[in-house]
Design a protein. Structure first.
Lengths: 615, 338, 615, 338
């Protein structure tokens, strides 16, 4: 009865209680798939911050993997297979399972009390509401315990192996090679031979059980993808960001200093950077976000590559200091890993609603550079770029990512850093070559308007800087009216001049047509997929996905002019579309969603189609 | 940093070309002069000295110093200085702040810098008023005082800066006064030589908005009867005509007249390294009925944040060997596509 | 030789050292003119915060009065008469004196050292550079001392009376009645008969001296203006703001609570409100701006009309709490008395560059109501309006003023508060009439989307609110995707619905034409004057001056459509023009200036004329 | 507010309908239960009680209380509560906060609320870790501890909350522990009856990120040997088997075994109203080698900000008479145009 189907891509989601090891299980599945040459994208979905009581909706933890034999950009809209370890996991995830999809459930967990806790009126395994899915009911707890009966371990520990039992089954269904996970276990449990044996046995037992299972109607095979040759690794956005900074500091031959205060979902950048002291990285966990940025500024004044990281509410607190950094004209990178707002909002959910804040969250006319990463592995590149622009242009740079790409992982072709990420030319002076008598700290490069960087320790270049307006020539405090205008103009011109130092905007698709999609930041994967689908349907649609947000690449205005209609999909109430319309005087429309979730390809496809129909 | 004894600066070497813009008669002038003079003796090169300030009349200080100087934002100087010193521990870092700047908006950064014991000197100009914004009460303003924002008298209980610093686990607490240039210089030199955060409060007169707020214990005539200059190892005695001393009555420090009943030998001996004595002194000092304390109240050694950071970096480097970015990139699971 | 000329309006500026009593002198002149039935506007111009050394440019303090027999909107572009008490005052102000204008100088102050301190190479009284002005050189110090020689006072005190000596001269030149000032002196110096005599004598002596002065070629008369009947007083913007809040609290029958932290130029609102405890006003000077707004929010939660006041840098610090107030949907008024930015910027100078910050200075999509006062006495009205909208719509409201109107005074016709400022209907519940069983704190008015206001102390209405996203129905914490969208929509809709509760935008001029001027906030006076001048020239130009900024009055979009061109003059680098273009899809141009100074009528006239020429 | 003795609440009356969402085994449950029980005895109506919190696991507390509750933003609860209490002094105001919330980002608001002596109870759940953000070190984390953000060990010197509060001029300082429900309740009741800011630290266990951080002095087995329960007027003695006591050796508190050399009579007698004793106790308490102190360390009366504000308003009203807005409008110079 069981059939083998060859498919292009598959989406699997593991879901269970916080304590069920779902992140681990998902990671193993995705590593294995990557090793087997598939392209992948993953989406870990933690519960809200506090571990809720077992078995509740609030306590559900999930991990979704999309793997395929073609390029994969997103973790997938709907799932082909759902592995539900308890009723709450089923309740939360069923709506995303494709009709006809495979549902593997742990029937041992479907006790009356757990069913009730999940909010089901009746047992869904019996109520008929699972009709239309390929349901595989397995008493995972008991079968795992049974499979491990020979092993000398307490029952609780044996039960804990059920995630690998399920993983074994899933590996069988998708013709995955267990080798990678078996090896990983050997390393992980090297000090616990009993645990090693138990977990390995559980996985093998699961795979074996699946093989014999009558219910199993189909298995699926996903060939390896045609992928650029090279060495690959998986990386999530926050790690990628951290590494980008480490590399930028190396390229600039400067020490790296992070001043930060923990906040979800940005904390992992702090955690990651705190590991690499050998790279001359100092991390300073400050008493609050204000002290975080101020300490970073202090380090920047002392000659470090200065970074501060946070999320929306914390970025708000940094506004005054960002203004000071603008006024100082000093290099500083501010990372905002965006989450759902306003206020504390939805700390563990993703959103793009801090774009306005990045542009305008300060008093006065206070322009700075803004960049945004488009996907987990692009965080490396944009962190490097943010650092490069900060150092080359003596300016604070805001780098926007979001909870979705920060936590999401995807394969990353390890770049040739010696070729492409090797040399940042900052503005730090060599005091021995300066005519100290006639030097002023505020003297500028005539073309880029960028000032020099002199730091304490350099003899003869002692100077004083403050947040009061400065005289254009001497850098001293000035209340002169004309000077304030001049300084305001130069601050703006300096940022605009950065457009000479960034790549032109890439356009995907024809250079003219019916619909231009303008997207930015972490929505790239879904937008790209939706656009490709439309292009395949023969629609005249093109895409510019912005990563340099302020200033924008010089050709953006030109590109826009060649399309009949412009649509700006965003995970906010309409921020980029507002900026685009104000800046380019066009009548772009927005497609907006604020549900704390990334875009689905399907909803974008529908929105773009509708926009095309209205052209 | 070791002292460089070959430097021969004069006070003028530390004056910038900027016109000093405090009100005529402001106590800040005397402090500026004392610090400029003290700097000629610390044995540090001018370019290695950094002044960081917040916002306030006092915080204009860095503009007048011919060193590196950063006039930052209100209350945040200790945080900026913390990063600066941690990034480059070889600098001599001075934070200049006012009672509003450091105890009002900047209170948290102050206590955290002190807690971490970052090696810098925090000099608080206490004029018990917001000078720059023209005369509102501050966290050190006396209760009942009429100010711009308290037309019917201030209701807040004031902080005692020394007591607060002690509560935040300070390793060095000193106080001095704008009318005694020599004492100021001595205190600055001792503060600079202390390793860890040195917290120095200076009684400073604001002639415009709070003139005479400290007069009983800073004016030459009355000073000796209302204050004690603490000296390590010396008994706590004071008074111009009638000699007085501090004794401990059970646990409570008390002022007694020296003569028949009490002699110098009965008085408390100052020991700046004694934590318990310090705890009594700062509590006593907050009591308005007691004489004010000048000099170094407390000075002990403890681990220093910026040193620990540097040590940890060195340790990790020693253990892990030279940093290799390629190794990092290739760490963990990787796979190869042909 | 002396002639009497009748003129429509005159601009006089008194200028001297900080210690010379310029503010007092100016105030007396303006009070006198107001009492004589002129319309007036004044502009006090303090030095930067710290009292600079005597005789320096930085220490110059000025006070400008514009008085006339017609409506006066601004303190005037250029001065008809300058009274300069020392060389520095001359240096700073000469460029604003009209050619042919009168210059009264204290020649005693033109010593070599003071001349040098002011930055003159040679004595300007002798160098010929004052040619073209009507220069009246008077040794004021010595003449004042001479005039008071009979009085038993020390010389220093006598010298201090020289400002009144000069005022007496000026009164004579402009046919001002000394009565008002003489009476004021009686009150002021009632405890110091010697000082009273000295000051009165000095002023009279000055007037007498002017009368006999050969140099005095002309005197000027300004008839009283045709002014609305009523009782008038002078008021500056900050006082006006404070009083507006006191009245609003009375009208709402609520106590008033201000949580604030001092900052220039907003502190005077705190000072003013701290005087009126009998009106149930509590002022809380907090440890910082964050605590200021948070304490105000606490008081608001407890049932007070909650206010917080600051300027740009402080408003930045309040961003996170403003987000919380939006999330709580609670009434709160945030006043930003704008000053020059970015960062600490120009604390004592005026600017309009915090408009973007008001709209967007927070994380997430976080809409609120924004209003802006147009002139000193309009602050009363807009403070009342801000309070009304906050209380009627359960929302934070940002009220923008600026350093110029905050410190500037003008006559104010005392309003009939019983008729026009009497009743604010807030949303506070009467707990005895609530069905407590079925009540939820988040239940809304279906039309306005406004929730109820229940405060501690009300039995049966106990509830919990936080900054996490809330369930639309229960108000409990919710991470549900669809709910977040719904709540984001309702937060926006609620603010948009405020447009039903504000007046339609007034249009000055024809309802269609060549040029529409859109201005906002404290620039009203100058823009109005410039527009009137153009209308007189027959130009097809109209004005809408916005005071309700978000939401805007419903008819703004319609008005814009009927003009060929739109220009937006602002004291910033182009913020409102950006918003207008994004919102209405028009191609408005900006006219921008950031010099820390208000617009001059002439520069606006020129800019509007140029725009008209380009139509 | 006078106590209303007719109220007969049970603990359940203070439970909201929200599911409690802390990790199983978290110390917060016991604290919740103790406070709910204590509230049945304070004689205040439910609607007059307000809980205000910041952000953190601990700060979710208000959601579980069937009173008025405000979950605000990180660190700012004392400021919100200050406004609330000042605006309506008749409420019973409780601030719930964590070691990160109150001592890190909220440090300034904490010390200022304490300084002003606003009449409210500040309850600090000290688990020496950031729980909600998953395990970074906090200002009370021990030096050297490995946490998410200190993979090589924490370098910061920790705050001692009691010492900091004392430095900020606290009028009431107490400590209790999540494993002793009865003691928690007693402390809560005494805190509520104190007039002014009551600062209460609770040793709380975070099972997930810092399990056992307090175990030696909170676990039933070892507690008695590592802590003293202070009782006003009683000697400071402790120990399960061998009885020990605290004596004062010159100024330094020392642990001695009771028996031949020392007896109970030699031990320090606790006097919660003695400021100097309190200053020694908080200094001693910060010393890790000394036993931990439970109970009320310090409790004195001083002026209370919210009462002073109310009194000043009343005074001005009495002096100026009823407020008249027309009079205000017409005050100073006015003129009439016909
Ligand atoms: C964020 C912010 N808030 C408020 C201010 C206004 N401000 C500047 S200095 C100051 C207080 C100064 O008092 P203090 O620190 O005692 O210094 P002093 O002038 O007395 O030397 C205030 C409130 C500011 N510049 N920035
Ligand atoms: C402005 C801001 N910064 C940071 C955070 C993230 N954050 C939430 S709770 C917390 C620390 C919580 O620690 P603690 O107060 O000790 O509470 P616990 O969870 O341990 O009870 C942090 C850093 C935030 N919510 N808001
Ligand atoms: S206002 Fe006071 S503190 Fe400021 S400069 Fe003048 S005298 Fe000094
Ligand atoms: S993380 Fe720690 S403090 Fe937070 S709920 Fe869990 S056990 Fe309690
Ligand atoms: Mg001060
Ligand atoms: Mg904690």
């Amino acid at each position: 009865m069981s059939t083998l189907t060859e498919v292009e891509s598959v989406v699997v989601r593991f879901s269970g209680d916080s304590g069920d090891g779902m992140q681990l299980t998902g990671n193993q599945f995705s590593n294995t798939s990557a090793m087997m040459g598939n392209d992948i994208a993953t989406f870990p979905d933690y519960p809200a911050e506090i571990r809720a009581p077992q078995g509740t909706i609030a306590g559900v933890s999930g991990f979704q993997i999309h793997f395929g034999s073609r390029e994969i950009f997103t973790p997938g809209d709907a799932t082909d297979m759902l592995v539900a370890f308890n009723p709450a996991a089923l309740k939360v995830n069923l709506k995303d399972l494709k009709k006809g999809g495979t549902l593997l459930v742990n029937s041992d967990a479907f006790t009356d009390s757990k069913i009730a806790k999940a909010g089901f009126e009746v047992n869904p395994l019996e109520s008929g509401e699972l009709e239309g899915y390929q349901v595989i009911k397995v008493p995972m707890d008991s079968q795992t315990i049974e499979a491990l009966k020979e092993i000398d371990l307490d029952t609780k520990s044996k039960k804990r192996c059920k995630n690998f039992y399920a993983l074994g089954m899933t590996y069988f269904l998708y013709h995955r090679d267990m080798k990678t996970t078996l090896q990983w276990m050997e390393h992980k449990f090297s000090d616990h031979p009993q645990l090693l044996l138990a977990n390995q046995s559980a996985m093998k037992a699961g795979a074996h059980f699946a093989e014999t299972l009558e219910e199993v109607v189909s298995t699926y095979k996903v060939s390896s993808a045609k992928i650029d040759p090279g060495t690959y690794r998986q990386i999530n956005g926050n790690t990628s960001t951290a590494w980008g900074f480490i590399r930028a500091a190396q390229a600039a031959k400067l020490p790296l200093f992070l001043g930060s205060y923990p906040i979800t979902p940005a904390s992992d950048i702090l955690h990651e950077l705190s590991k690499y002291k050998e790279f001359d990285v100092k991390t300073f966990q400050a008493e609050d976000e204000i002290a975080g940025i101020c300490a970073a500024m202090g380090a920047g004044l002392a000659g470090s590559l200065a970074i501060t990281t946070s999320s929306g509410p914390g970025i708000g607190l940094k506004g005054e200091a960002i203004g000071l950094a603008i006024s100082y004209e000093m290099p500083l990178v501010i990372v905002n890993v965006q989450r759902g707002g306003p206020s504390t909002g939805l700390p563990t959910k993703t959103e793009q609603s801090d774009l306005f804040q990045a542009f305008y969250g300060r008093n006065g006319d206070a322009p700075l550079v803004i960049v945004a990463a488009s996907r987990p592995n692009d965080c490396f590149h944009m962190a490097y770029e943010a650092s490069r622009l900060a150092l080359e242009h003596m300016t604070p740079v805001i780098m926007l990512t979001d909870g979705y790409i920060a936590n999401g992982t995807e394969p990353w072709k390890i770049p040739d850093v010696d070729a492409h990420y090797a040399d940042i030319k900052h503005k730090m002076l060599d005091p021995t070559t300066v005519d100290t008598e006639n030097w002023s700290w505020i003297s500028r490069d005539p073309k880029t308007h960028v000032r020099d960087w002199a730091i304490p320790g350099m003899p003869g270049l002692e100077h004083r800087i403050g947040g009061l307006e400065k005289d254009f020539t001497t850098g001293n405090v000035s209340y002169d009216p004309a000077n304030h205008q001049k300084m305001s103009n130069i601050r703006q011109a300096k940022i605009e001049a950065v457009s000479e130092n960034i790549p032109l905007q890439e356009l995907e698709g024809e250079s003219s047509g019916d619909l231009l999609i303008i997207s930015w930041g972490g929505t790239y994967g879904a937008v790209e997929m939706a656009m490709r689908a439309l292009q395949k349907e023969g629609k005249k649609v093109s895409l510019i996905h912005l990563r340099y947000i302020n200033p924008m690449p010089k050709n953006v205005g030109e590109v826009i002019k060649n399309f009949k209609k412009v649509i700006v999909p965003e995970l906010n109430m309409g921020q980029m579309v507002h900026l685009i319309n104000a800046k380019f005087g066009c009548n772009a429309i927005g497609f907006n969603k604020v549900e704390g979730l990334p875009f689905k390809i399907a909803e974008l496809h529908a929105a773009f189609t509708q926009a095309l129909n209205e052209v | 940093m070791s002292k460089n004894t070959e430097l021969t600066y004069t006070k003028k070497d530390f004056s910038s070309d900027q016109e000093v813009k405090w009100c005529p008669g402001c106590g800040d002038y005397a402090i500026l002069s004392a610090i400029q003079t003290a700097l000629t003796q610390i044995g540090r090169k001018r370019e290695e000295i950094v002044f960081v300030s917040g916002i306030g009349c006092s915080s204009r200080f860095p503009y007048y110093m011919n060193t590196y100087g950063y006039h930052t934002i209100h209350g945040r100087a200790p945080a900026v200085a913390s990063g600066l010193k941690t990034a480059n521990p070889s600098l001599s870092v001075w934070v200049i702040t006012g009672d509003g700047d450091s105890l009002s908006i900047g209170g948290n950064h102050l206590i955290h810098a002190i807690r971490r014991n970052i090696d810098m000197n925090i000099v608080l100009f206490n004029n018990e008023i917001y000078g720059l914004t023209k005369g509102q009460y501050s966290p050190t303003t006396q209760q009942g005082q009429i100010t711009k924002s308290t037309p019917y008298g201030s209701l807040d209980r004031p902080f005692s800066p020394a007591k607060l610093a002690f509560g935040a686990s300070a390793t060095f607490i000193a106080r001095t006064l704008d009318t005694d240039s020599k004492h100021m210089q001595e205190v600055m030199l001792e503060a600079e030589s202390h390793r860890g955060t040195s917290f120095i409060e200076i009684y400073q007169n604001c002639v415009i908005f709070n003139d005479g707020c400290h007069s009983s214990y800073v004016d030459k005539q009355s000073r000796e009867d209302h204050s004690i200059v603490l000296t390590h190892g010396k008994p706590m005695i004071f008074g111009s005509e009638i000699k007085k001393g501090i004794i401990l009555d059970h646990l409570t420090p008390k002022v007694v007249e020296l003569g028949e009943t009490y002699t110098e030998g009965d008085c408390l001996i100052h020991d700046k390294t004694n934590e318990m004595l310090a705890s009594l002194l700062v509590a006593m000092d907050a009591n308005k009925a007691m004489p004010k304390l000048y000099g170094v109240l407390y000075a002990v050694n403890d681990v220093i944040y910026n040193e620990q950071v540097a040590a940890q970096v060195a340790e990790v480097k020693a253990k892990k060997g030279p940093a290799d970015f390629h190794k990092l990139l290739n760490s963990g699971d990787t796979w190869h596509i042909e």
